[in-house]
Write a protein that binds this ligand. Structure first.
Ligand SMILES: O=C(O)CCC(=O)C(=O)O
Ligand SMILES: [Fe+2]
Length: 202
């Protein structure tokens, strides 16, 4: 564990109200994070993400992949995707995330941001296929990036810095009351992979 990680209290709620966000700091050390980053970059079936916005189908620069216990169908941004079965690397990471958080997950969405010019705009992970108020665990690998929450009512924001190997958990009523985004930035030119472990209920 690195010195600056010693002060991290993963039981502290980073949101002032209406949800729970816990930051665990580094789940993986730098060597492990590099190892899994390289393996996932190479071995994942990456596809450009598609979304329907104002009735138009758009293709994002960001790439995604979807894995799970079963070939779950999962709909978000009005497009239905089918989960692929777990790889050895993903199962190892899932086990580490589960034992750290005490939660269980049956699926994982992976996002690949090739550089800081790619991000994800304001949204909540509140699709009907997801367990309501279920925990979502977010593991980051590669470039360090800011991550921001915005309250749907008051518009107050909470900004975090997600470093390589770090683990963040969103739970309780977070998705009902808060949006989140990964802002684009000119300061980052290297890639980042994010894994969000989730529970699908169909
Ligand atoms: O890349 C991230 O840190 C967040 C990704 C995200 O919010 C999502 O996949 O729903
Ligand atoms: Fe999200």
């Amino acid at each position: 564990m690195e010195l600056f990680e010693l002060g991290i209290d993963h039981e502290r709620n980073l949101l002032p109200k209406d949800g729970i966000v816990n930051y665990y700091g580094k789940l993986l050390n730098i060597k492990q994070a590099e190892y899994y980053f390289d393996k996932l970059l190479k071995n994942t079936k990456w596809r450009h993400d598609t979304a329907v916005i104002f009735g138009k189908k758009i293709i994002t620069k960001r790439k995604v992949a979807w894995y799970g216990d079963k070939p779950f169908e999962y709909t978000y941004s009005k497009i239905t995707k089918q989960a692929q079965s777990w790889t050895k690397d993903l199962l190892e990471l899932k086990t580490m995330v589960e034992s750290k958080t005490g939660e269980t997950f049956n699926s994982c969405l992976l996002n690949l941001y090739h550089s800081g010019s790619e991000g994800m705009s304001w949204h909540s992970d509140d699709e009907k296929d997801l367990q309501e108020n279920g925990a979502i665990a977010s593991l980051s690998l590669g470039a360090d990036r800011f991550f921001v929450f915005k309250h749907k009512g008051t518009k107050e924001t909470v900004r975090l810095y997600l470093t390589s190997g770090s683990l963040l958990v969103m739970k309780g009523s977070t998705q009902a009351h808060w949006l989140h985004q990964l802002p684009v930035t000119k300061k980052v030119s290297t890639p980042r992979i994010n894994l969000t472990f989730r529970t699908i209920v169909n």
